[in-house]
Ligand binder design. Structure first.
Ligand code: PMP
Length: 433
């Protein structure tokens, strides 16, 4: 079955498919961290549905919540009508929001994908401000529809102004740390305040507190606070895209909490649906200038996703899984940093909580611009292959796909974390040999 399914699907599906190209497995069963393929092989899944599975695969509380809705006879498709299931989800979600946003927030169900919610956020701030321009960052990933794509790295929309995202390792100014972040903040400030060469006041700024697809790049807390101050001072709505960073993944329930900033709009998806498709934006009530019908969409009422999502949010909150992600993530980073100390091809190890990236580089080649070796996508792909051979699923990301990404479920046990790291270390060893 395994080979047949793979062969048929690779003939039928567009070559544009992504995960299936680098992960030739046919999942038939899954539980927690583990996926089982049609060939009977078992894998530790550190891709987690691209960061969706906060509680891993088929967590009992998620399955129970779904079964309860199914058994209740509730309608599964209700457009955006009010239901008890939606009420429970919204109540649970609002209880997690940072204050003062939580005190008077509005929610718009978008959906079903993160991209849809990004789109809604961009439209909301453009409608609310009457302005069109947007500030977005290099290396960003917000989605695949026109507006979301334009706000992502390498975009073409002339209305989007691309700004430097501070990085320690590959700092666009050639200096990392606080100094690099300070320069990146000043760059943005100058652009907004320069009456000649600058940009007109934009409709909003969109950023990821930790860039995910961009190669796991945590934004420095001080820089985030500067972005908050400078947007607030100019009445520019700040949109935090927490599609990937949300629901405890980074060691706080929402990643913006690390810096203490409160965005005007939050874009939420992935884990909030407990593995089923769900996407929303939450925002300050005074931005809610939309007229009835201004933003529609058929699939905004997925009852199963809301039930699975509410159960996930509650489980993460009640079991303090964000704190768990912080401690376990720090320990895993520590061990990976040990690998960096003994392997020159490991250029950087970084992350926050259980959102971890290992950047592989060519130490023999200098990068004349940044004085750091260039990323090594060939080695990264080899490590990914070796991981797969050892039953470990990891994902690649970053500008040149040179970053191996680990997004394990927040329910990861200490023993599982050790097993993941053992397999990763062996795979790195095999790939460099
Ligand atoms: N924003 C961020 C930060 C993401 O990581 C992603 C998906 N990786 C998206 C938006 C788009 O979400 P979706 O793929 O569900 O459309």
């Amino acid at each position: 079955a395994h080979e047949g399914i793979l062969r048929r699907q690779s003939l039928r599906e567009s070559a544009a498919r992504t995960y299936a190209r680098s992960l030739p497995i046919v999942p038939v069963r899954a539980r927690g961290l583990t996926i089982e393929g049609a060939d009977g092989r078992r894998y530790l899944d550190c891709l987690s549905g691209a960061g969706t599975l906060a509680l891993g695969h088929n967590h009992p509380v998620v399955l129970e919540a779904i079964k309860k809705v199914l058994a209740s006879g509730a309608p599964l498709h209700v457009l955006d009508l009010a239901t008890p299931v939606k009420d429970a989800f919204t109540t649970e979600l609002f209880a997690t929001l940072p204050r003062p946003l939580a005190d008077d927030a509005r929610i718009q169900f978008c959906g079903p994908a993160g991209t849809d919610a990004v789109e809604a956020a961009l439209k909301l701030v453009r409608t609310a401000t009457g302005r069109t321009g947007l500030l977005a960052f290099t290396g960003a990933y917000h989605g695949m529809t026109a507006g979301a794509l334009d706000a992502s790295g390498g975009a073409a929309d002339v209305r989007v102004t691309r700004l430097p995202f501070p990085q320690n390792y590959r700092c666009p100014f050639g200096v990392g740390g606080e100094r690099g972040a300070e320069l990146a903040a000043r760059w943005t400030e100058n652009l907004l305040d320069d009456p000649k060469g600058g940009v007109p006041t934009p409709a909003g700024m969109i950023l990821e507190p930790v860039q995910g697809e961009g190669g796991v790049i945590p934004a420095p807390d001080g820089w985030l606070r500067r972005m908050r101050e400078l947007t607030a001072a100019r009445s520019i709505p700040l949109i935090a895209d927490e599609v990937q960073t949300g629901v405890g993944r980074t060691g706080a329930f929402w990643a913006v909490e690390h810096s203490g900033i409160v965005p005007d709009v939050m874009v939420l998806s992935k884990a909030i649906g407990g593995s089923l498709p769900l996407a929303v934006i939450v925002y300050r009530a005074d931005l809610d200038v939309w007229r009835p019908g201004a933003h529609a969409g058929t699939f905004r009422g997925n009852q199963l996703a809301m039930a699975a999502g509410a159960a996930t949010l509650a489980f993460v909150r009640e079991n303090r899984l964000a704190d768990r992600a912080a401690t376990l993530g720090a320990r895993m980073l520590g061990r990976l940093q040990g690998l960096a100390a003994t392997h020159r091809c490991v250029g950087d190890v970084r992350g926050r909580g259980l959102m971890i990236g290992v950047e592989l580089v060519r130490p023999d080649m200098g990068d004349p611009q940044a004085d750091v070796p260039p990323a090594d996508p060939v080695l990264a792909a080899a490590v990914q292959r070796e991981c797969l051979r050892r039953g470990l699923i990891v994902e690649l990301g970053g500008r040149h796909s040179g970053v191996v990404r680990l997004l394990p479920p927040l329910t990861l046990t200490d023993e599982q974390a050790e097993a993941v790291l053992d397999r990763f270390a062996d795979s790195l060893e095999a790939a460099v040999r």
